[in-house]
Ligand binder design. Structure first.
Ligand code: AMP
Length: 117
């Protein structure tokens, strides 16, 4: 697993890289995925890069994980129907490419495909 620091998401938080930001508070930022896999595809990202994946976050700061889920629910209601899929890729063989924990919020009409979108 490759770990870059600062992560690309930390650089978005610092406004070093542009992103279409849809939510931000003291602990979380959310923005549109640059390569959307669904009609609505948002990333909800804890600002800390202390946790590489959702298992580390669940163990290290469960309240922050709960906040990620709450923001995902709020954004799915705001940007789509309120129904959504929440995906945390964990590990490179599972498709994770950025090792700064983040939730994919996927929503909108489903199409044919192994995961529906
Ligand atoms: P993962 O593969 O689960 O680690 O997810 C990383 C996600 O970050 C991918 O869906 C990428 O499309 C997305 N991504 C990478 N760079 C950017 C960027 N600069 N702005 C928005 N999304 C990005």
């Amino acid at each position: 697993m490759t770990t870059a620091s600062p992560s690309i998401f930390t650089r978005i938080i610092a406004r070093e890289i542009p992103a279409d930001i849809v939510f931000e508070n003291d602990s979380i930022i959310a923005f549109k995925d640059i390569a959307p896999q669904a009609p609505v595809h948002l990333l909800v990202v804890p600002k800390t890069e202390e946790y590489a994946n959702v298992s580390e976050l669940a163990e290290g700061d469960p309240a922050l994980l709960a906040e990620v889920v709450a923001v995902a629910r709020q954004l799915a209601a705001e940007y789509s129907t309120g129904e959504y899929r929440l995906v945390f890729n964990s590990g490179s063989s599972a498709g994770q490419t950025v090792f700064h924990v983040h939730a994919h919020v996927l929503s909108g009409p489903m199409t044919e495909g192994s995961l529906g979108f």
